[in-house]
Each structure stands twice: as C-alpha cells, then as structure tokens.
Design a binder for this molecule. Structure first.
Ligand code: SF4
Length: 433
C-alpha cells in the first residue's frame, strides 16, 4: 500500500481518543531512528478477480507473467541498489509487499525478491517485512515458508465478516478463510497481524458492523486498518450506484459507525495512532504500529519497486510505468540507472521546499497522537511551523480544528472535532492557500 493510494487518503473523518500520546518519548525516539533509515515498497499487481470497489493498480488474468515479473523486480532492485550505493547510505528498516495480491506469489518468489534486496541494500537486523494477503490465497505450508523467508508481519484483507457484504464487495474469500488464515499464521510463528476492514457499505447497519468488529476482535490481531468505502469512478460499484442498483454510502451512518468503532477498539486495548489505524501492545509492551506506513506519514524517504510503484527520495518523487508487460520489458533491457530513477521510470518530479512542507502537513496531521512535530519541521526546512503556515494555523486553531500539543507547542495536531473534518483541514495546507 502506498501513500497515495486512495484507501489511505479518502477517509474524511477521524475519531480517536483525544488523550495526549502516552508514548511520546518512544515516538520521538522512533522518529529519530527512522530519519536515518529508508523503506522499500514492492508492488505486486496481480489479483484473481477485481473486487467491485477496487480502483487500485492491479491486473487479473495475467498470473502467467508472475515468474517474469519476479525476475524484473529483482533486476530493478539490483540496478537501483547499485545506483544508490553512494547516494543513499541509509539502511533499510521496513519492506512492504503491497498489491494487488502479494500472497499470490509463491513463497520462494518472495524469498528470491528479499534475497535481491539483501544483496543490494544494507538491511537493519530488526527490519519489518510486511506482506498483504488475501485470506483465500494462503495455506499453512505457504505461511510457514513465508515466515522462513523473513516475512514477519501479515496484513489480511478481511473487509467484513458478513457473507452478504463479502459477496457485494466481490471478495474471493469467506469468513472461514479468515479464521483459518489467522490460525495458520499463528501456528507458523507470526506475531504481528493486521486486519483490513471496510465500513459504510450501502445498506450496512450499525448492528451488522458491530458483529463484524466483534468477530474481528475475537481473532486477536495486533493491528486494525479500517477504511470508509468510497465509490470510485470506473469501478463496478460506481456503475451500480449510477444505475440505481445500489445506494451510495451514507456519510452520517459511516460517521456513527466510526465513532462507535473508535470507542470499541479503545475499550479492547487498541490505541489509535492514525486516522484509519489502530495498534495494540505485544507482550513486551511494544505498540505494534505499522512502521512502514509511518515512514509515509512522517514524510521520510522510501523507494518504490514494481509496476506503478511510487517512491520519494532525494527530494524527488518517482513513478514507474503501470503496464506489467512494459515494466518487465524495461527492467530486463536496462543495464544502468541514475538514482533515484529506476529502469521502468515513468515520471520524476522534483519537489520544491514549499510542496514538501505542504505534503508534510497533509500526511503528518493524519497521525492523530504524534501530529507534525515542531522541532522536526524546523530542523528539516529551517522554518518554524508558525512561520511556514501562519494564516492556516491561526484560522484552524481559531476554528477549533487544530491544537498545539502542550505549552511548549511541541507538535501541531487535529483536535477531536478536527479529526471529524480531516480533509477540510488538509486542504488548507495544499496549493499555497
Ligand atoms: S484484492 Fe485488493 S487489489 Fe485486488 S481487486 Fe480486490 S481490492 Fe483490488
């Protein structure tokens, strides 16, 4: 999952506990550590079937290309790693296989890709290696082999526990697949599991969602990512809504569901740390946030590999070509690249300092507890938050949507009300308003 994928940025309201970050010192330490590390995103654009709501960059019916795609991915990693040698001394602290459906790849292919990463980049010993999985595509044996390959965090696209909702979403799994996948994962040694769920479906009642959440919580995952359903143009769902075959999601009900869920998860021992994300502590007292996604929300560098993957390094955004065939062909033909470009580069966009500051506000304010750190902002841009955005901050604080953390004003973050109007706040910081 990448920063600009819609399911991360379209949730327009936010509800969480307004309590100050109980782990602020730990947060600060983690920030310092992460500033000297990079993250790698590996896009696996294959799915067996396109879900009714999906507008992600993914393909169906091209699974025969998986072996060639894996070769191309390894080649891209090798070329970029070689080019990065002098430009990117930072070690890798997170690796994320996103999609699409990465669990369609054989575990040996994942091991091969991770081998290419380790040969091409310095990888920190405690690296977080996440893989998105469709519950209907895993086996106990496969999960054991994934764990042996080094994957240590799984993100399952559960979406709902309700059979009718899963059919509506055109998911290729049922609740029993989810139950089996979790049980097998635990037996295979995974101690860091995320469940993705979607709320705000047409005709969804609060009671029906509550049942889904109760079942999901009983599976005892370490992490939840919860997204409001959005109707994207070009999807089957969009066509159904246009033709009146189904209703559009009800925003008010979605808000009610969200508020209930926030309280429910807090009571269940989860801490909300981002608009759509909740984590709980493991037995060692470590809050199992998704370290990879934190890299995006903190506007720290990451490299994107694979068709349609995006990256951010050296003050530039990179975007790869989207076509799987073109991607493979470009990677296999290339001999050298110039960092941060890869062999399948489609666009390279230098960012101005103003754009970077705006983006930092837009994604940093998603961190409901941490917010945008004043010292980090000053260090990075040589400008205080107040000097960079005087009018916006004044207006949003006056409107009760933003607040400073503490008397020392160590961070700027959303108020509880601001969390409900997140997109309105983010828009204020974009485009030099
Ligand atoms: S599994 Fe995920 S990426 Fe694939 S079609 Fe469904 S929603 Fe899209």
């Amino acid at each position: 999952m990448q920063k600009y994928r819609k399911k991360h940025i379209d949730t327009f309201f936010i509800v969480s506990s307004a309590a100050p970050c109980a782990k602020l010192d730990e947060c600060a330490i983690l920030t310092m550590m992460d500033e000297t590390s990079i993250s790698l995103y590996l896009h696996i654009p294959f799915c067996r079937h396109r879900c009714s709501y999906c507008d992600f960059n993914t393909t169906t019916g091209l699974e025969a290309l998986i072996p060639a795609y894996v070769e191309a991915l390894c080649q891209e990693i090798k070329l970029v790693g070689r080019a990065a040698e002098t430009r990117l001394p930072a070690p890798v602290h997170t690796i994320f296989f996103g999609g699409g459906t990465p669990s369609l790849l054989p575990p040996e292919a994942i091991a091969k890709i991770l081998g290419a990463v380790r040969r091409s980049f310095a990888v920190l010993p405690g690296v977080e290696i996440s893989l998105e999985a469709n519950p209907g595509t895993v086996s106990f044996d496969g999960l054991q082999r994934l764990r042996a390959a080094g994957v240590n965090r799984l993100s399952f696209g559960m979406q709902s526990a309700d059979p009718q909702e899963l059919v509506f979403l055109e998911r290729q799994h049922d609740i029993y697949d989810v139950l089996r996948a979790i049980e097998w994962s635990r037996k295979a040694g995974f101690t860091n599991l995320n469940l993705d769920l979607i709320f705000g479906l047409p005709d969804q009642s609060l009671e029906r969602w509550q049942r889904t959440m109760e079942i999901a919580c009983s599976l005892n995952p370490e992490h939840f990512s919860l997204y409001a359903l959005t109707v994207e143009e070009g999807t089957p769902l969009f066509g159904w809504v246009q033709r009146g075959l189904t209703t559009a999601p009800d925003d008010d009900l979605a808000a009610e569901i969200y508020e209930w869920t926030s309280d429910f998860l807090e009571r269940a021992g989860f801490e909300q740390y981002e608009i759509s994300n909740w984590a709980r502590e493991n037995d060692d007292g470590e809050l199992l946030v998704c370290r990879h996604n934190l890299q995006y929300w903190r506007s720290l560098p990451y490299l994107g590999f694979g068709a349609a993957a995006h990256g951010y390094a050296d003050g530039m955004r990179t975007a790869n070509v989207t076509g799987v065939g073109t991607y493979i062909e470009r990677c296999m033909r290339a001999q050298t690249v110039e960092f941060p470009a890869g062999p399948a580069l489609d666009s390279l966009t230098p960012l101005t300092s103003q754009t970077e500051m705006e983006e930092m506000m837009m994604v940093g304010l998603r961190l409901t507890r941490e917010g945008v750190q004043a010292a980090g902002f000053l260090k990075r841009f040589g400008l205080s938050l107040q000097d960079a955005f005087p009018a916006q901050i004044h207006k949003l604080i006056f409107s009760g949507l933003l607040e400073w953390q503490g008397e020392q004003k160590t961070a700027l973050r959303l108020t509880k009300r601001g969390r409900l109007l997140g997109n309105r706040v983010f828009r204020e910081f974009v485009g030099g308003k």
